[in-house]
Design a protein around this ligand. Structure first.
Ligand SMILES: C[S@@+](CC[C@H](N)C(=O)[O-])C[C@H]1O[C@@H](n2cnc3c(N)ncnc32)[C@H](O)[C@@H]1O
Length: 292
């Protein structure tokens, strides 16, 4: 069955009303996006800030009457939105997985490759992570993940115990294990991430050396390396916890930090870590520190 996507660009004030209207007209899902180039950084938990101009998309079953949809929207908003409402027909497809069509084998550093299932790079000594992120974050295409993967590729990991804090798809945990880490503890507050990490570890034959932890069951001893690709605000909030999880002389790798936030995060962690110069990819920064 085809689907219909309705797009409408509106003001910040009207966006919640239109979202509700789409839902009341039977939208199966609604999405809010930036209609101009106005980044919103670091919303606090529970906060849903909106852009001055917000583009709302509603996904409707294909049999919805599009004339009636336009009419109901016009009536509710008391204005003629016919000119700005765009209706788009989507052919039937598993939309949440459609991005996989564009997922290719990608190299990180000198040996490490992230590959969709069944695709292999033409490199004899390649260390391959076969990945299906499911609905969790982490394919390697985002600079914050890429910075961590490149760091793992150039670091000797044998004999090391790691924590992947905020594991998402498990991409970093599995890469570390394939590159020789002794053991990885992976944690995330999102259940889909824990499931995706377990599935990816199994697919790559490293499940035995992986321990999945919910937030209440982190390792009871500090480890050699803690890696966290989360946002800057969360990294600052988690400073005491992440510091306690790193053994003296061990290392911390922090990613998910915009360049203008790096100094603040570095300052906070410098209380307990000797911080190295930041590494940058596009506008994103990776910070590395040795525990004092
Ligand atoms: C940017 S993604 C990183 C995923 C993956 N590690 C990577 O590098 O691509 C951040 C992940 O951290 C998780 N996360 C955010 N805050 C968290 C918290 N306070 N405790 C545990 N997990 C958290 C999110 O659910 C998400 O999966």
């Amino acid at each position: 069955m085809p689907w219909i996507q309705a797009h409408l660009t509106t003001s910040k004030a009207q966006a919640p009303l239109i979202e509700l209207l789409f839902e009341s007209l039977g939208a199966l899902a609604t999405t809010l996006e930036d209609a101009k180039d106005e980044p919103l950084l670091e919303p606090k938990p529970g906060e849903l800030p909106l852009w001055q101009l917000t583009r709302i998309t509603g996904l409707f079953e294909g049999n919805i009457n599009s004339d009636e949809l336009r009419q109901r929207i016009n009536q509710t908003l008391n204005s003629d939105v016919t000119l700005t409402l765009e209706l788009e027909v989507l052919e039937d497809k598993a939309w949440e997985r459609a991005w996989l069509d564009d997922f290719h084998a990608m190299p990180f550093g000198s040996r490490l490759w992230i590959c969709p299932q069944g695709k292999r790079p033409d490199q004899e000594d390649a260390v391959i992570v076969e990945l299906d992120p499911g609905l969790a974050f982490g394919t390697g295409t985002h600079p914050t993940t890429a910075l961590c993967l490149q760091w793992l590729d150039r670091t000797p990991l044998e004999q090391l115990e790691l924590i992947d804090f905020g594991c998402g798809s498990g991409i970093l945990a599995v890469a570390a294990l394939k590159l020789g880490a002794k053991k990885v503890f992976a944690t995330d507050h999102d259940l889909q991430a824990i499931q995706a990490t377990a599935a990816n570890a199994e697919k790559n034959g490293v499940l035995e050396r992986l321990q999945l932890c919910d937030s209440g069951h982190l390792p009871d001893h500090p480890v050699d390396l803690v890696m966290a690709n989360i946002l800057a605000g969360t990294l600052i909030e988690l400073k005491a916890l992440l510091t306690g999880l790193t053994r003296p002389g061990g290392r911390i790798i922090l990613s998910g930090i915009l360049s203008e936030q790096a100094e603040r995060v570095s300052e906070v962690y410098a209380e307990s870590f000797m911080m190295s110069p930041p590494q940058q990819q596009e506008e994103w920064i990776l910070l590395e520190g040795y525990k004092k």
